[in-house]
Design a protein around this ligand. Structure first.
Ligand code: AMP
Length: 304
């Protein structure tokens, strides 16, 4: 099965306390599609300007990502700039230039419309709705979001929840969206709003997966000594999870989601080892399998 990934494709300027890099490949769809491509075929929908370097398009191509849905239009690519504090869980957005992204309407090529697994990576909820209006009989729809949309497009985001199977968001966003301090109550409220499953990311502390009343899984983050750039960890997590579900094939059940969360966490751990998508460029299937096994043993998961 393949995965449809729709989201932002960006050129990022990123500053951490120790390093600074500019014009790096970024965007929620870039991380999501590359992560998913380690498991399954990927159909990408996104937009970039004519300034978008060919080397990035070649990289997507080398990862076997279908680029029929990638629009390259006159103008500049979306740009985002962020700075991390000593506590790498704390980030400030320095600037955003929407550029060609401002007038982006995601249009699915006909051959994408029946993609079974859909990853609505972080973009405006209106655009996520527009994608769902075009897909036919999706088996499983995953949506990611961010605080910006909770602030400026809350109603459309709430409406989206009724159309998806899994919502991925971080702990602060879960609290903000539900006005609950307890993540358990927040997840229950979110599930009552539509999605069968909710994954709450907690940065370096891992992720909580909630399903029906007796379905709960707490996944730590892989214990890494050196984190160089946390940008895109969440998008990579979502892409790895979506790709794993597509590869797994069968109906999506809680047991498959648990394994998917572990795979997503493994991919995210590789992502943060270097700036931008640099580590994902050299990553191999053997390395993923090796770290998955190590993580499973260290954490004593009862996932196979
Ligand atoms: P994350 O670290 O998971 O929050 O994702 C970071 C990526 O999100 C960066 O590569 C940015 O280019 C991208 N991004 C930042 N702001 C937005 C936005 N408003 N819409 C879509 N993507 C964004």
């Amino acid at each position: 099965m393949s995965v449809l990934v729709v989201g932002s494709i960006a050129l990022d300027d990123i500053k951490t306390p120790l390093e600074e890099h500019s014009e790096m490949l970024g965007g929620s769809a870039s991380y999501g599609c590359v992560a998913a491509s380690f498991y399954s075929p990927v159909n990408l929908v996104g937009i970039v300007g004519e300034d978008f370097p060919d080397e990035h398009v070649d990289f997507f191509r080398r990862r076997n990502v279908d680029l029929t849905g990638l629009k390259i239009v006159p103008g500049k690519t979306f740009r985002w700039s962020g700075e991390y504090m000593w506590d790498l869980n704390i980030r400030e957005t320095r600037s955003v230039a929407l550029n060609v992204f401002e007038h982006f309407t995601p249009t699915l090529p006909p051959q994408y419309q029946e993609t079974p697994i859909v990853l609505l990576a972080n973009i405006a909820p209106d655009l996520q709705h527009h994608v769902l209006d075009q897909v036919r009989f999706p088996r499983f729809v995953i949506a990611d979001t961010m605080d910006l949309w909770i602030n400026i497009a809350r109603q459309r985001l709430v409406e989206l929840l009724a159309r998806i199977h899994l919502l991925i968001l971080n702990d602060g966003e879960a609290r903000q969206l539900t006005s609950e301090t307890s993540l358990i109550k927040a997840a229950r409220k979110l599930r009552d709003m539509g999605p069968q499953y909710v994954a709450v990311k907690k940065g370096e502390h891992g992720c909580l997966l909630f399903g029906a009343e007796n379905q709960f899984f707490s996944c730590p983050a892989y214990p890494l000594e050196d984190i160089h750039d946390p940008t895109g960890a969440g998008d990579t997590f979502a892409g790895g999870l979506a790709g794993y579900l597509a590869k797994n094939g069968a109906e999506v059940e809680f047991s498959a989601l648990r394994r998917g969360v572990v795979h997503g966490s493994v991919l995210a751990s590789y992502c943060v080892e270097a700036f931008s998508l640099e580590r994902l460029k050299t990553l191999t299937a053997d390395q993923i399998a090796c770290r998955y096994e190590m993580f499973r043993r260290l954490s004593q998961f009862d996932v196979e």
